[in-house]
Design a protein around this ligand. Sequence first.
Ligand code: FAD
Length: 475
Amino acid sequence: RTVIHWFRRDLRLTDNTALHHATQAAEQVVPVYILSDWKQRHGWTGPNRQQFLCGNLESLAKNLEALGSRLIIRCGRADAELERLIRETQAQAVYFNRDYDPYGRAMEKRVQELCTRLGIECHSYQDSVLHEPDAVLTGAGLPYRVYTPYSKNWLSLPKTAPHGRPRTLGPAAPATVTSLPLPTLEHWQLPPCTAQIPAPGERAARERLKHFISSGILHRYGQERNLPAGQTTSMLSPDLRYGLLSIREIYQRCQEALVDESGKPQPAAAQASIQTYIKELAWREFYMAILWHFPQVFEQEFSPDWVGLPWPGTDADFQRWATGSTGFPIVDAGMRQLLKTGLMHNRLRMITAMFLTKDLHCDWRLGEAFFMQHLVDGENASNNGGWQWSAGTGADAAPYFRIQNPWLQSARFDPEGVYIKQWVPELKDVPAPLLHEPPSRPGLPLAKGYPIPMVDHHTERDRCLAIFAKHKEER
Ligand code: FAD
């Protein structure tokens, strides 16, 4: 019996649910990855994430080869390519892990229809989440609109243990089943990736997980996660984005980390840190559930109150934000970290997103797209959720008038300016306290070559509140 495993956002062999079931059910599993031809249609990714994808595919192909199998690469619409492959291999079933975003979902429907039409089996599995969107609902069976009650329910549900790693996928597909070469950025007509992105592949991801836990970052997470200087968080988001690590394995490692090597419970603060970390994993699934239940958030504001809200920010303002030259050191540091590494600390994502929407009054959709073009971990659900939360239009218990002051954020989370100086070297000789306030003499820059702040935060805060209030009044 031959079956196909369709790799999607699950580019690993260990604890891959659909792959596990495929190998149990058939003597030969033909692994396939189908490259999209999206570049012609939208600009929602860029060299950083695609380069990471290329590296992940290369690593996956090697790991499959080590098992005597061969990764088949195709390009085009998944259902059409799968149909071809089914005919070529005489496969009797297609296996895949479910994706919860609207594009993934729409394609799954087509693949299911294809299998029905061809009279073969179609098996899909829960894999990238601990709980699927429809498994975490209110008592009335409705989706949650705010995080806290969602997370309480999510935390209380039993979690599945990981599967192992398959020992074999059976013989490789014969040479008549052709494969495209491993992709490079040219496939999508993208320029080279110049950012220092994380090492790709399952093994590198496992090293990151190991480091996060064994170096104690997990155990200090509750106290340190908001500090952007140095590594204070797991840095596993790209691994989760591409499924280089299984969410079940991460969860299990967290549970194991509650006790030390001799089996003694960790101190209370360390245990609380681990719980805090697990709650962050719930945020990821919360936003996936929001996108699943309310797919309109892609185009419009989650909160109906704010649909049609004007965003009078200019293109020139946006460009200064995007290039990290606003004159607000903390904002510029965040944007430059993004440009140089394809990643940005969560606290900085909030600060920069709020600055763009509430100080510069630019449409959150512009920032959302810019992040998607640069982030290695670019994830539709989390990115949209994070942007709408920051813009004050999202699934959030707090009202729109929560506007963070970038100067105060800076003083609170990077008091010594270590993070700022790392990413904005022009400021390396500026004493820390001066980094957290507008220049005392207006018009005089903090350092040579560094711009003066492009706006006054208090003025823009008032303007933002006025825009929101007027919209509310006129509705
Ligand atoms: P850790 O602090 O170690 O957290 C562990 C994991 O929990 C993360 O890897 C991530 O999967 C999840 N997580 C943590 N915080 C959040 C959150 N607020 N929302 C959703 N999941 C969370 N995350 C993405 O994965 N992709 C995105 O495209 C993305 N865009 C964002 C845009 C904005 C404007 C904001 C405010 C947040 C965004 N986030 C996004 C969430 C968060 O910033 C990143 O998940 C986090 O910075 C990744 O670093 P880490 O793995 O070290 O996180």
